[in-house]
Design a protein around this ligand. Structure first.
Ligand SMILES: NC(=O)c1ccc[n+]([C@@H]2O[C@H](COP(=O)([O-])OP(=O)(O)OC[C@H]3O[C@@H](n4cnc5c(N)ncnc54)[C@H](OP(=O)(O)O)[C@@H]3O)[C@@H](O)[C@H]2O)c1
Length: 319
């Protein structure tokens, strides 16, 4: 059986960890990884050297600077710089190393703010993107354009997927890089433990979002690698959406927090609606398996276990 060498750039991240879980132990794959300490992906020469030595058959571009509205607003320069550098280095480096296939990830925030819903790839670049995440969105659009240009000029098969908001084990729950769903889990958990009477959340709660469990995204990646041509970017969404208010109520129930929820409408909502038309990947035979409530329950269980392990490690170090 021929063995495919698959390099997962960003294997320590939310998506990268899910891909490792999905692919580890498969006899037809040799997984290649490198930590940030071993390989800084913003360093073009280091990336070229690494790819020339590792000679992967496939590159999975799951590395990048990712975060919520607060992080995007606090570090706009890092969001555009790091993502542009990582994409350019890996896409150019992959082509130079003769890599046949690459999987790149865009984001729903690349679509225009006023995009008709659900959003379709042909609507990309038909209007201005949401200002709160513009630098990140511009870098992600450049990644798509890079893949398309290399495919056109060099005949590569560099595929771009556009996932909706992902969540699951290994997500960022706290700090500036936290994503909304996981940040809500941590916030309600902390409020419950501290017996706070209420929590205040950013925005009006009316923004509508689509969430996909990261293990379902990992199975979508396999479908894309085996069946997508690479000519057009492909949306990957769960097909169901919630307002942030509905999501907060759902998470409050899963966590068992009995206090109130206040909304700070002076804070930005981000784009009012972001739902993806995922008919193209559905036509390739993929469908998500994890219902949102079940996914949140599993993610909350992981968060508690992880937190307990972290606390016991801190206790060991300080004792
Ligand atoms: N999460 C979502 O909701 C979502 C939605 C749509 C699209 N996407 C896209 O999916 C991809 C993966 O997202 P994610 O949520 O898994 O991100 P993540 O959890 O933040 O992980 C990012 C990964 O990139 C690595 N990385 C960042 N800068 C690096 C550098 N300079 N050198 C080496 N490694 C570096 C990180 O390494 P460290 O562990 O060392 O930091 C980590 O492994 C991104 O392209 C993102 O835009 C994500």
């Amino acid at each position: 059986m021929p063995i495919e060498a698959r390099y997962i750039a960003g294997h320590t991240g939310l998506l990268g960890q899910a891909l490792l879980r999905a692919w580890e132990g498969r006899p037809d794959l040799r997984l290649v990884t490198a930590t940030r300490q071993e390989l800084d992906l913003t360093d073009a020469r280091a990336v070229e050297r690494f790819l020339a030595a590792a000679r992967p058959d496939t590159v999975i571009l799951a590395a990048g600077r990712v975060g919520g509205i607060a992080a995007n607003q606090a570090q706009p320069a890092q969001f555009i710089h790091d993502n542009l550098m990582i994409e350019a280095n890996l896409i150019h480096g992959a082509w130079k190393a003769g890599v046949a296939r690459l999987l790149n990830f865009g984001s729903g925030c690349m679509y225009p703010t006023a995009c008709p819903q659900p959003m379709r790839p042909e609507q990309l670049m038909t209007g201005p993107v949401e200002p709160t995440s513009e630098p990140y969105a511009m870098a992600k659009l450049a990644g798509l354009s890079l893949c398309a240009a290399y495919n056109r000029q060099y005949g590569t098969r560099f595929i771009s997927a556009i996932p909706c908001t992902l969540y699951g084990p290994g997500d960022h729950f706290e700090g500036p890089d936290a994503h909304v769903l996981s940040a809500l889990i941590a916030k309600f958990h902390e409020a419950k433990a501290a017996r706070r009477p209420s929590v205040t959340l950013w925005g009006s709660g009316n923004a509508r979002r689509e969430f996909l469990h990261v293990d379902d995204m990992a199975s979508a990646c396999e479908t894309l690698l085996s069946r997508a041509e690479g000519a057009e970017p492909i949306n990957v969404g769960s097909g169901t959406s919630q307002t942030i208010r509905e999501l907060a109520e759902l998470i409050r129930g899963v966590v068992g927090y009995e206090g109130g929820i206040g909304w700070d409408a002076s804070r930005p909502d981000g784009a009012p609606d972001k739902r993806l038309d995922s008919s193209a990947i559905r036509a390739l035979g993929w469908a998500p398996r994890t219902e949102l409530r079940e996914g949140i329950e599993r993610t909350y269980a992981w968060f508690r276990e992880h937190q307990a392990r972290r606390s016991s490690e801190v206790a060991c170090v300080s004792s």
